[in-house]
Design a protein around this ligand. Structure first.
Ligand code: NDP
Length: 298
């Protein structure tokens, strides 16, 4: 059996980890709030263990997977007596499924390499429902040999597994994807608010847009299912999308690519995040547009 450690059982981490609680893998989980790890292990069965520290989870693992809010939290797990640097075995691999930032990942990879531990960034797309179904897209950054070695592990929760480039490439690509999500959602919201005020029902507007060239995942799925219904389910926090768009804007700056729309979208996400708080779902950014326009998109 290949021992896997999974660190971070949040909205997407928990359904991803569930796929690893079965042969040929034996799973140990760790979560900052320990009760979550204990109840996960009890529900998952198959001798899944809950560890008291990242080090205890990682000690015998061939592959350690992290899925935390940002790269800063991943980096904070490296040091100290309960840290990953002292616990991970030579020849093992840290696979970071956080939507993180490329520069921190390159730093983490370099520190692990000094200990003979490999690193791969492997952020995911497909949402919590994709995680439950095991159909995520996993975008990887690192060496081909490492990618080939970890493929059976990420294949349990992923359907499309892509090696995108060197360490950091997965994180860069994920941030740009999510910046596009933010742009599509925000711009569709502005357009629908204007149309609603002009007397066009949002449902009719979406019917036309979704048969035309302005359609996107936001117009086809997010707005009909989350906004028009007023359900606004909480699956992916706006705070995390704010972080992602900030990373994308940073990648553009670092590469000296003029990207005024990315920078503006980063500002808008920060503003919406500040206004709606830490727990709001990303689709709730539409509420800010509604407040500004004094109209509801329903
Ligand atoms: P959540 O906010 O639901 O969960 C965050 C997890 O990180 C929890 O397990 C939390 O532990 C843990 N955590 C938070 N702070 C710390 C810390 N300082 N030290 C250790 N652990 C910490 O986030 P998600 O699961 O939604 O997201 C995780 C990552 O996946 C993010 O990078 C996100 O952008 C990305 N992602 C999320 C998607 C989604 O649909 N939700 C889709 C694609 C990517 P605790 O239980 O103690 O709070």
């Amino acid at each position: 059996m290949t021992r896997i450690a999974f660190l971070g059982l949040g909205a997407i981490g928990a359904p991803m980890a569930r796929h690893l609680a079965a042969p040929p893998f034996s799973l140990t989980v760790w979560n900052r709030t320990a009760t979550r790890a204990r109840s996960f292990a009890a529900e998952a069965g198959n001798e899944t263990r809950a560890a008291d520290s990242p080090a205890a989870a990682a000690r015998e693992a061939a592959v350690v997977i992290t899925c935390l809010p940002t790269s800063a939290e991943v980096e904070s797990l490296l040091d100290g007596p309960q840290g990953l640097l002292s616990a991970m075995a030579r020849g093992s691999t840290l696979v970071d499924c956080t939507s993180g930032d490329p520069a921190t990942s390159r730093r983490i990879a370099a520190r692990l390499a000094e200990r003979g531990v490999d690193f791969m960034d492997a952020p995911v797309s497909g949402g919590t429902s994709g995680a439950e179904r095991g159909t995520l897209t996993v975008m990887c950054g690192g060496d081909r040999a490492v990618f080939d070695r970890i493929r059976p592990v990420i294949d349990t929760f992923g359907e499309k597994l892509i090696l995108c480039g060197p360490v950091g490439a997965g994180h860069a690509l994920k941030s740009v994807n999510n910046a596009l999500l933010a742009i599509h959602l925000w711009s569709a919201g502005e357009g629908l608010a204007a149309l609603a005020k002009a007397g066009v029902s949002p449902a009719i507007a979406l019917d036309v847009i979704n048969a035309s060239s302005g359609r996107s995942n936001s117009s086809e799925n997010l707005i009909p299912h989350r906004v028009l219904t007023r359900a606004f389910p909480r699956t992916f926090r706006l705070a995390l999308l704010d972080k992602d768009v900030g990373i994308a804007a940073g990648v553009a700056r670092e590469q000296r690519v003029p990207a005024p729309l990315l920078q503006l979208t980063a500002e808008l996400m920060r503003l919406a995040h500040n206004e709606l708080g830490e727990e709001a779902d990303h689709a709730e950014m539409i509420r800010v547009i509604e407040r500004w326009a004094n109209v509801e998109i329903r």
